[in-house]
Design a protein around this ligand. Structure first.
Ligand SMILES: NC(=O)c1ccc[n+]([C@@H]2O[C@H](COP(=O)([O-])OP(=O)(O)OC[C@H]3O[C@@H](n4cnc5c(N)ncnc54)[C@H](OP(=O)(O)O)[C@@H]3O)[C@@H](O)[C@H]2O)c1
Length: 325
């Protein structure tokens, strides 16, 4: 009989969940099995997980009954929501509640909920330092996750609240890589002034989540923050320059300028960076590098992430993002 405990992974074909699936599947004698959740069990990524040894199960996080079926018989789960698919914190809150309801129904022993701060605790909606968005949020893709924490608490799910950090993969996939300015130089643009931005290799989120699940007793009921490095924009630009062998400059714009860039979510991200800039001490403090390395000794630094990923960073000849210089 297979005595391995089942970990259900929401978003298994995605960045965070995929990292957790690989961390568990690569640890053959770890005592855990993966149940990978996806909307499409026939996709290439779903099939790849199956080939690696995962049980692949169809789910829609908007359908609580499908989550109850998917969580049945498992030991634990990793829960994450997908803001950038719909831009709705209300939807994230409802989806997280569905996951909490399903976790309670299945009697899970441990859930890791991938969350972020409800920034309104620091900058209430009436505070004019940054605009209020979608009627009642400051940083919609943070605030909804932070507000959703209470679903897990109220419903009584044994939960670890995992505070994640800015993925360095945003330089590859999210249009945040170096862009050519009107002066012909390459720039990364962040409205961070001289403050530090906690960042992480997304694969390390999964590794940390696995470590937390394995050490359940220690982390249940706790909020745990993770990052691989805390770096200023100038330090990131210097590391990029060294890794890529060509000069990358830091384009330090104001949050107002960033919010005005006009791409979908620019206002949300402008507020997010402003929050991290203005509350740097809290934000970095909540994501201790020493703690992160203590649970995941192979945690990447920005330098080691760049050594592995520099060839994947597109260097666009596009002056749009630096138009606010
Ligand atoms: N980018 C950053 O720097 C950063 C940093 C911290 C936190 N975050 C947060 O990370 C979250 C996204 O996580 P991620 O990056 O791991 O996502 P991702 O890579 O975009 O993957 C999302 C996965 O979720 C699945 N999915 C989407 N909608 C679903 C639904 N209705 N039901 C079931 N599965 C669904 C999709 O799989 P299928 O298509 O196979 O169903 C997809 O592969 C966002 O909420 C974001 O705010 C991002």
């Amino acid at each position: 009989m297979d005595e391995k405990k089942i970990i259900v992974v929401v978003g298994a074909t995605g960045a965070q969940g995929g990292g957790l699936c690989r961390a568990i599947l690569n640890d053959k004698n770890g005592g855990y099995r993966v149940r990978a959740l996806t909307r499409n069990t026939e996709s290439a990524k779903a099939k790849e997980l199956k080939t690696m040894g995962a049980e692949v199960v169809a789910v829609d996080v908007d359908d609580v009954e499908s989550l109850k079926r998917a969580f049945h018989g498992a030991y634990g789960a990793f829960c994450v929501t997908f803001f950038w698919e719909h831009f709705s914190p209300g939807k994230e809150i409802a989806e997280a509640r569905n996951m909490a309801v399903a976790a309670k129904h299945a009697g899970l022993k441990h859930v890791v909920w991938s969350t972020l701060e409800d920034t309104r605790k620091w900058v209430p909606p009436g505070d004019g330092r940054m605009p209020t968005l979608q009627g009642k949020y400051k940083v919609p893709h943070f605030d909804g996750k932070g507000e959703a924490n209470q679903a897990f608490t109220e419903i009584g799910v044994p939960t670890t609240f995992l505070l994640t950090s800015f993925y360095w993969e945003n330089l590859i996939y999210f249009g945040m890589g170096p862009k050519k300015g009107a002066d012909g130089n390459l720039y990364i643009t962040l409205p961070m002034g001289d403050r530090k931005l906690p960042g992480i290799a997304v694969e390390d989120i999964g590794k940390c989540a696995y470590a937390i699940l394995r050490n359940g007793r220690e982390f249940i009921g706790k909020t745990v923050g993770i990052a691989g490095d805390h770096l200023t924009g100038a330090q990131m630009a210097a590391a990029l320059t060294k890794a890529l062998g060509q000069e990358i400059r830091y384009n330090d714009v104001s949050p107002e300028t960033y919010r005005g860039f006009g791409f979908p979510g620019a206002d949300d991200l402008g507020n997010m960076f402003q929050f991290q800039r203005d509350f740097e001490e809290y934000f970095c403090g909540a994501r201790s590098l020493d703690f992160s390395r203590s649970i995941n000794p192979s945690m990447h630094t920005f330098e080691s992430w760049l050594a592995e990923n520099k060839a994947r960073i597109p260097l666009e000849a596009d002056a749009r993002q630096v138009s606010g210089e």
